[in-house]
Write a protein that binds this ligand. Structure first.
Ligand SMILES: C[S@@+](CC[C@H](N)C(=O)[O-])C[C@H]1O[C@@H](n2cnc3c(N)ncnc32)[C@H](O)[C@@H]1O
Length: 221
């Protein structure tokens, strides 16, 4: 029987790759290149890669791949926070509507076990997947790991409350020169509001690379 990963047939990988190039929106490849450029800029810094919002694992696997080709599996840990299943519901109207449309279009996220199978298939090591509502898992993780240092924080949870929790708990863990990368700034209301409120009055510049309008990022002073 053909090996399957999250429902994908490993023997059809060339078809999937061709399908990506033939069908993907013009913005998808530039976003991957932007992540690559941003990753290259943190390789001399200490600290983990932390992704908040893993969904089906695409950007998490991307960062793990960049670590593999630019550094080494043990240069830094990659940590992913997500519900790993259903998108946690929100009361706020705009966020609730966003979640309904998002799940309607793309379905539920990958499970922890399925993503671990993918990492085993790719021979990736030195990673951690933290399942649950970020409103609880991030403060818990910080209290258990007060020494956490972050070189690159990728925020991609779309909605307001988890974005606030992430910024309140993890921004201070980002090392000087490190990056906070926003997938949804200026495009999704909840995350945009959280970012604007958190950085209001702070001396930071939200930047973009010329090759892609997503992501935006801040380089911490
Ligand atoms: C846009 S997707 C992430 C996409 C992924 N970074 C990528 O590019 O491949 C957003 C993810 O954030 C997760 N998420 C949003 N709010 C959350 C919360 N409060 N706790 C845990 N996960 C949350 C959702 O379940 C979903 O998997």
């Amino acid at each position: 029987m053909n090996k399957k990963l999250f429902g994908f047939d490993v023997d059809k990988q060339w078809d999937y790759e061709n399908g990506f190039y033939l069908t993907s929106h013009l913005t998808r490849l530039p976003k991957m290149l932007a992540h690559y450029e941003l990753y290259k800029s943190i390789i001399n810094l200490p600290g983990c890669i932390v992704e908040c919002g893993v969904y089906k694992g695409a950007s998490f696997i991307r960062f793990a791949t960049f670590r593999e080709i630019l550094e080494s599996p043990f240069s830094r840990k990659i940590i992913g926070f997500d519900a790993f299943g259903e998108f946690p519901k929100q009361d706020e109207k705009t966020d609730a509507k966003f979640i309904q449309e998002f799940e309607g279009a793309g379905g539920f996220g990958i499970s922890v076990d399925e993503l671990k199978d993918v990492f085993t298939h790719k021979s990736f090591e030195n990673y951690e997947l933290i399942k649950g509502d970020i409103l609880e898992t991030i403060p818990e993780y910080i209290s258990e790991h007060p020494e956490l240092k972050i070189a690159l924080l990728h925020i991609d949870v779309d909605v307001y409350k988890p974005s606030v929790t992430i910024l309140n708990n993890l921004y201070e863990k980002v090392v000087s020169g490190g990056l906070v990368v926003f997938d949804d700034y200026g495009t999704v209301a909840g995350e945009t509001q959280a970012v604007d409120e958190f950085f209001d009055g702070k001396d930071v510049q939200i930047e973009k690379l010329s090759i892609s309008h997503i992501p935006s990022y801040i380089r911490k002073k």
